[in-house]
Ligand binder design. Structure first.
Ligand SMILES: NC(=O)C1=CN([C@@H]2O[C@H](COP(=O)(O)OP(=O)(O)OC[C@H]3O[C@@H](n4cnc5c(N)ncnc54)[C@H](OP(=O)(O)O)[C@@H]3O)[C@@H](O)[C@H]2O)C=CC1
Ligand SMILES: O=C(O)CCCC(=O)O
Length: 472
């Protein structure tokens, strides 16, 4: 059994600390152990990142870009190997895991270029003897706290723009999926990224989170995970007035208008709902189908879902792997039971299988008082409800504290634009069940978070704006 180590200031360490098992959710077997770090290790990481900051920030953008390109190329060479590590610790099907590695690597190559385009401005002054220059500077040391559902992409989506902007980073991956993160950091070291620029610690999330929140040397905290933890981090970060980005929970509505191409809509639900067994914050959580097409849509969706194969992610042909843990299974079970007790019809699936597997499930006749219609599911359950008109479906879609992703399927261009604009969501998939991509600004409205990741917007999160007023 491999004993993994943390990486701080260019050194791998931690084998003398208490160890935590990393469990394969498909087999319930330990696949390695990681050190249980805490306050002390979090502080060491901050010390290292702080010491490395000045030199890294002073480099040219092109120099930093070259390191990112090397890192990208090493990840590309090992994409299958990293995918296997991810499937073993997280459970997602291998083809999806390798797809995530490519997606994750897309952030590195994109920001390797975007770092070269951090432009300033010259603003006309009010006096003839003055000039005003605006420039962007790296915010400083960045703390990145990442979840288990995307063990690679949530790291690179934060670390690549931070490094490109001239920041150094300390990372805490989810305890359930640290091995992919260690592999990425190992390849960053191999790419020659200087010591202290990337540091990673594992262990007590509350201690590490507190140490970083309270440390005034950390100038930016970037987090993906639950809304509850995001709120705690935001409160804790207030005392040192850090910049903060939060990618939190979602509850995506999927709207199927009367004139939608139903085959495209069904493919869209399958893509957005069953990716990662339903465990993404942009997964469809509730489907609104126009009442006139309800029967045919449900029939087509049930047929498509019946073709999905549930199994261990490392087996060929698996579409849906295990859920991450027992709590996740119980949440889905509770939502199915609740829906059935309130008049929902389970027309497909509905049962838990052995281990951490659960059948893909379709519940029709869903009503707004069912748990699955307002509480994030994070599992392969699709509740379907009907609507009569555009105004109704927009109101019901927006009636949520979340505002991350929404999906609309229609062939009417004018209606498509009007609905997209009316939705209080940061991402709208218009006839598109898979809108995520490195060059677009991923992020949510309302309690789904703050800030954007990806695209040129994503690098702004790691920059401070300064103006220099010159008088002569
Ligand atoms: N937006 C998204 O992509 C995600 C949303 N979720 C939602 O959240 C629910 C719960 O998932 P869960 O894994 O518990 O999510 P969490 O928010 O608890 O975990 C996400 C990350 O935050 C860390 N963390 C947890 N508590 C603290 C803390 N007090 N201070 C600092 N860091 C902390 C975790 O560490 P550790 O692993 O060590 O606990 C992990 O690295 C899911 O069912 C889903 O609804 C979950 C994951 C991702
Ligand atoms: O927060 C998540 O669930 C991860 C982001 C998924 C995506 O990038 O599509």
């Amino acid at each position: 059994m491999q004993q993994f180590k943390m990486f701080v200031d260019g050194k791998w360490f931690g084998q003398k600390l208490e160890q935590i098992d990393v469990i394969n959710p498909a087999t319930n077997k330990s696949i390695g152990t990681i050190p249980k770090g805490g306050m002390e290790e979090a502080k060491q990481a901050t010390d290292a990142a702080h010491a490395a900051l000045k030199e890294w920030a002073a480099r040219t953008a092109e120099d930093r870009s070259n390191y990112l390109v090397k890192w990208h190329d090493l990840i590309k060479e090992e994409r299958e190997n990293i995918g296997k590590i991810m499937t073993a610790e997280q459970g997602k099907p291998l083809k999806e895991a390798i797809g995530e590695v490519d997606y994750a690597n897309g952030f590195i190559s994109w920001y390797a270029e975007e770092g070269k385009r951090i432009y300033g401005d010259i603003i006309p002054a009010s006096h003839t003897n003055k000039r005003i220059f605006v420039q962007k500077q790296p915010v400083g040391v960045v703390a990145a706290i990442t979840p288990w559902n995307f063990p690679a992409a949530m790291i690179t989506r934060k670390v690549a723009p931070a490094l490109a902007a001239g920041c150094t980073v300390v990372i805490k991956p989810a305890t359930q999926t640290p091995l992919t993160a260690f592999k990425l950091v190992e390849l960053a070291e191999k790419a020659g990224i200087p010591k202290g620029v990337i540091n990673i610690v594992t262990g007590s999330s509350s201690q590490i989170g507190k140490a970083w929140s309270e440390d005034s040397r950390i100038r930016k905290l970037t987090f993906t995970g639950s809304t509850e933890v995001g709120k705690t981090l935001m409160k804790d970060a207030a005392d040192t007035m850090k910049k903060i980005s939060l990618e939190l929970g979602g509850h995506a509505p999927f709207i199927v208008m009367e004139d939608a191409n139903l085959d495209k809509a069904v493919a869209g639900v399958v893509a957005s709902k069953f990716r990662n067994a339903g465990q993404t914050c942009v997964c469809t959580n509730r489907v609104y189908v126009h009442e006139s097409i309800k029967e045919i849509f449900q029939e087509k969706l049930a047929k498509a879902v019946s073709k999905l194969h549930v199994g261990n992610g490392d087996e060929e042909g698996t579409d849906i792997g295990p859920l991450i843990d027992q709590n996740a299974i119980e949440k889905v079970e509770e939502q199915v039971k609740d829906a059935a007790s309130k008049g929902g019809n389970v027309i497909f699936g509905g049962k838990r299988l052995e281990g951490l597997f659960v059948e893909p499930t379709i519940v029709t006749d869903a009503t707004d008082d069912m748990l699955c219609m307002y509480e994030e599911t994070f599992g392969p359950l699709v509740p379907i409800t009907t609507f009569k008109n555009e105004e109704e479906v927009i109101d019901r879609s927006n009636n949520s504290p979340f505002g991350l992703a929404a999906y609309v399927f229609t062939e009417n261009i004018g209606q498509a634009i009007q609905i997209s604009e009316a939705l209080e969501y940061g991402i709208v998939g218009l006839n598109d069940g898979a809108p995520s991509t490195p060059q677009a600004p991923f992020g949510g409205f309302k309690e789904s978070g703050l800030g954007r990741e990806g695209g040129y917007h994503g690098i702004e999160e790691f920059l401070e704006t300064k103006y220099i007023s010159l008088a002569f």
